[in-house]
Design a protein around this ligand. Structure first.
Ligand code: BEZ
Ligand code: FE2
Length: 404
């Protein structure tokens, strides 16, 4: 048993002060430190610096580790030139991305407070690193392939990767999952098979959806910048699905849709009705010229995520929240900061079925501890000050063990 005490603890009831947590690999008790010391006389006491705030470990729902070597290879500014540059540089980028580089990025995520992340995996290359990192990893095996001719082969490869992630040792904290690349890049037949696999095994499911205006134009009218892209790289002229057909494929299983920047209010309402949710990646959307997701009007839960270094400059979830505060300048900053904290703790835990994301007895002992430069003058601003003042966290616990 260990006991940790900080100035503030973020709980489902808000920030509480002068309390401590007794924990093993899960949270056992929350009370005054003196009471806990009497109840658990053998417990190891963990001292923290003044002005510290303890949060549930942060969750970054959407990362592509395989593209961690990108710095200046991919073209930013507009979606289609970016996608062209991905096709051009994919082999080099993925080929130069070794385990050491990916592990450094897992550690960078930990220094930003991330105890759990969703790894979108196209090839399965990052499985070893995801097994080694102490973090919990929702390992999203991605299905891609719009060409019916190759669909069976690609589906077979996808299933091999799903099985590999399902047979990881429990100690690796890998949570097997399924990702559909996008409406434009996955044939509807294998898409439905993959959704059924997720449903059958109760695996978390995610899909990129309506990221760019070009995607919308292609799916609606078979026109726009995707037309020449498909002609050039796939020798095809027509989309394999449309927006409605794609959405309907997920009707019976709640899915975490990434981006949805170009979805209409009607489409978002449909997704909400079916119990789906959104992963919102502010910097990725800005860097690829995709627009702003109107989070103020969203009727469905959303998480904030970094996406990969293929469309970002860091995997720090705190950098992402700061960017989100700037991007959504219309929304009052204080409630937005509080909502953002929930978007990387309780909201993703609920969406992905994790027993973390809240400081409550029985939850996993995943903690992120940050240190403010001084004691907050007003309690309702703690979330904001935490986001603005924290470049790196002061400590991080996963499964009750200190990792930072
Ligand atoms: C495809 O397999 O159809 C595809 C792959 C990557 C980008 C776009 C389409
Ligand atoms: Fe992505």
């Amino acid at each position: 048993m260990k006991i940790i005490t900080t100035n503030y603890i973020y709980t489902p009831k808000g920030f509480i002060s002068n309390k401590a947590i007794a924990f093993t690999d899960t949270i056992q008790d929350i009370d005054n430190v003196d009471s806990l010391k009497i109840k658990y006389p053998e417990a190891k006491i963990i001292a923290t610096n003044p002005n510290t705030v303890l949060y549930p470990g942060f969750i970054n729902t959407h990362v592509h580790l395989e593209f961690s070597t990108n710095k200046t290879s991919l073209k930013y500014g507009s979606f289609m030139p970016w996608l062209d540059s991905v096709i051009e540089h994919r082999e080099d980028l993925v080929g130069s991305c070794n385990n050491d580089i990916m592990m450094q990025e897992c550690q960078a995520m930990m220094r930003s407070g991330v105890t759990t992340f969703g790894a979108i995996s196209s090839f399965g290359n990052e499985l070893e690193v995801c097994e080694k990192t102490p973090q919990r990893v929702i390992f999203f095996n991605e299905l891609i392939g719009s060409n019916a001719q190759y669909a069976d082969m690609l589906y077979g490869d996808f299933m091999e990767r799903v099985k590999a992630s399902m047979s990881c040792d429990k100690s690796s904290r890998i949570i097997p999952a399924v990702a559909i690349h996008s409406p434009y890049s996955v044939h509807p037949i294998i898409l439905q098979k993959a959704v059924n696999v997720a449903k059958e095994h109760k695996l978390p499911l995610s899909a990129h959806f309506l990221e760019s205006q070009a995607e919308r134009e292609w799916l609606e009218d078979g026109k726009g910048e995707f037309k020449s892209f498909f002609k050039k790289f796939f020798n095809t002229q027509t989309p394999v699905t449309n927006i409605k057909e794609f959405m309907y494929a997920f009707d019976t299983y709640p899915t975490h849709f990434t981006h949805a920047v170009q979805a209409t209010q009607e489409e978002l309402e449909y997704l909400a009705k079916k119990g789906h949710s959104i992963a919102h990646c502010p910097r990725s959307n800005r860097y690829l010229g995709c627009g702003r997701l109107d989070i103020e009007d969203l009727k469905l839960p959303f998480t904030i995520a970094t996406d990969g270094l293929s469309s970002n400059d860091s995997l720090s979830i705190l950098d992402e929240l700061r960017a989100g505060l700037m991007m959504h300048h219309q929304i009052p900053i204080e409630p937005l900061a509080s909502k953002f904290i929930d978007s990387i703790t309780s909201t993703p835990a609920d969406i992905l079925g994790l027993n973390s994301g809240r400081i409550e007895v029985g939850k996993l002992a995943d903690f992120t501890i940050i240190e403010l430069p001084e004691i907050p003058k007003r309690e309702d601003e703690i979330a904001l000050w935490s986001i603005l003042h924290t470049k790196e966290v002061s400590a991080l616990f996963i499964n009750g063990k200190q990792e930072v």
